[in-house]
Design a protein around this ligand. Structure first.
Ligand SMILES: [Cu+2]
Length: 92
C-alpha cells in the first residue's frame, strides 16, 4: 500500500478483471454507494465498458476504470467494442 496518496480515494467493493475477451467475474454485488473497479488486463487489447445512461469507461487497454453506484438495482453493461462481452452489477 502506498502512503501519502489521495486520502479521498474511494474504497473498491468489487473488482472485475477484463481478460480473454470477457469480464471476470461476470456478475458482482456491491452495497448502495459501492465502487466497482474494472482492470483492463487483456494484453493491451482494447475494451470499452459501457452501461447505457450510467457510465462509460472510454476505450482502454491497460489501465483501470472505477464507478460508484448510488442507486439500488441491477446495472447491465457490455463492451462497446465486443458487444457479446456483458456483465451485471447488482447494487444494494
Ligand atoms: Cu471488449
Amino acid at each position: 500500500m502506498l502512503t501519502g496518496g489521495c486520502a479521498s480515494e474511494p474504497q473498491v467493493d468489487a473488482t472485475v478483471l477484463i481478460s480473454n475477451v470477457r469480464f471476470e467475474p461476470q456478475e458482482v454485488e456491491v452495497p448502495v454507494g459501492g465502487t466497482v473497479e474494472w482492470r483492463f488486463g487483456d494484453g493491451g487489447l482494447l475494451h470499452e465498458v459501457h452501461a447505457d445512461g450510467v457510465f462509460d469507461s472510454g476505450v482502454n487497454g491497460d489501465s483501470t476504470f472505477r464507478f460508484t453506484f448510488d442507486t439500488p438495482g441491477d446495472v447491465e453493461y457490455h463492451c462497446s467494442i465486443h458487444p457479446y462481452m456483458s456483465g451485471t452489477v447488482h447494487v444494494g
